[in-house]
Design a protein around this ligand. Sequence first.
Ligand code: FAD
Length: 43
Amino acid sequence: MGKALVIVGAGAAGGSVAAEAKRSDPGLSVTMIEQGPHVATAA
Ligand SMILES: Cc1cc2nc3c(=O)[nH]c(=O)nc-3n(C[C@H](O)[C@H](O)[C@H](O)COP(=O)(O)OP(=O)(O)OC[C@H]3O[C@@H](n4cnc5c(N)ncnc54)[C@H](O)[C@@H]3O)c2cc1C
């Protein structure tokens, strides 16, 4: 099983972390959990 990253909060910081993590390790499984109705669209 590969590595997995779970990010709580899909605001600017969460989106930036997700994008950078996938750039560094494209095979990484990234899951973002957001309590609100919107997520960041620029990272
Ligand atoms: C009124 C106002 C106006 C602003 N205007 C500007 C602007 O014009 N330009 C600019 O550059 N910046 C602006 N900012 C600042 C900008 O909004 C913040 O710097 C930026 O949003 C911070 O990003 P963040 O990801 O750290 O936090 P947040 O944007 O707060 O993201 C955190 C996310 O985590 C989620 N979350 C929290 N707890 C949980 C949980 N337990 N489970 C799941 N999800 C969770 C929240 O719902 C939220 O979506 C403004 C801020 C405010 C308050």
